[in-house]
Write a protein that binds this ligand. Structure first.
Ligand code: BV8
Ligand code: ZN
Length: 242
């Protein structure tokens, strides 16, 4: 199946679910997790994005997140983000599930967004759990809660942590009722997000993938289109033959 077939399915879809990963933000300049830009100093993101790393050295983990905030703040959504926001405006029922914490989907105008792994611009108190958006940069080396004075942490889901049940339930509800699911810019490495495309297929939806390179799921999806999401997604918007 090709881009043209995906386009036909898209404009007939009753409920489209899109799952995005770091790849959709790559053309905005956000380093992906497993690409060459994914390194930070001598650390790998997966070694720092853990509760153990935060318990061991909260200042280092906050330095990592402050670095990502400084890096991402000036970046803009790319044509792939904008195309998804436009598709949401044009079809009856659209749910966007993202693994990304960069906030670029919202900046591009998407509204019905499920942030599986939290948000880089939100902080949460390690004691009273008060969660708020804080755009200030840089945050103090060890930011503290305005309500109780305890240490704040990034409001993101680290490796080894459960996703918030209400977030996960919202994602699975969408996946169980969609008739088309498009998985974009994710290597299919991180669970539980990685198996959501197959889940949708099992529930009877047509499953498609748009990715720069093949993934472990490419052969299982009904449609697998290789390329840059920033180039492919805008093509879905024009109704004429490509
Ligand atoms: C959980 C927030 C239950 C933080 C993130 C085995 C051992 C140990 C652990 C596990 C295991 N199996 C499963 C687990 C659990 C673990 C996991 O999956 N580990 C992996 C690494 C094996 N999962 C968890 O811990 C999750 N929780 O399962 O709870 C539990 C509880 C306790 C114990 C066990 C289970 C929580 C996972 C959430 C982690 N937090 N982010 C932060 O960002 O700082 S995940 C992080 O990775 C990002 O959110 C990122 O989005 C995500 C996934 O990566 P991708 O988005 O796919 O990015 P990647 O770079 O990999 O790929 C990019 C793709 O885009 C590539 O394919 C590339 O080709 C493509 N691309 C590039 N450019 C473009 C493009 N495509 C299109 N266009 C382009 N221009
Ligand atoms: Zn507090």
């Amino acid at each position: 199946m090709s881009l043209q077939e995906l386009k036909e399915k898209l404009w007939k879809a009753k409920h489209l679910v899109v799952l995005t990963g770091a790849g959709i933000s790559a053309e905005s300049g956000v380093p992906t997790f497993r690409g060459e830009g994914g390194l930070w100093k001598q650390f790998r993101a997966v070694d720092l994005a853990t509760p153990e790393a935060f318990a061991r050295d909260p200042e280092l983990v906050w330095e990592f997140y402050n670095w990502r905030r400084e890096l991402i703040a000036p970046l803009s959504p790319n044509p792939g983000h904008f195309a998804l926001a436009e598709i949401e405006r044009r079809i009856p029922h659209f749910t966007l599930i993202t693994q990304n914490i960069d906030g670029l989907h919202k900046k591009a105008g998407s509204t019905n967004i499920i942030e599986l792994h939290g948000n880089l611009w939100k902080v949460r108190c390690t004691r009273c759990e008060t969660t708020s958006e804080d755009l200030s940069m840089p945050l103090p080396k060890l930011p503290s809660c305005r309500s109780c004075g305890s240490l704040l942490r990034p409001h993101v889901v680290w490796f080894g942590e459960m996703l918030e049940p209400k977030v996960l339930n919202a994602a699975f509800d969408a996946i169980s009722s969609c008739d088309l699911m498009i998985v974009i810019g994710t290597s299919g490495t991180v669970q539980p997000a990685a198996s959501m495309g197959i889940q949708a297929k099992r529930n009877g939806a047509l499953a498609a993938e748009i990715n720069l390179e093949p993934t472990p799921y490419s052969d299982v999806y009904d449609i697998s289109i290789l390329g840059k999401s920033g180039e492919i997604l805008p093509k879905l918007l024009c109704r004429k033959e490509e």
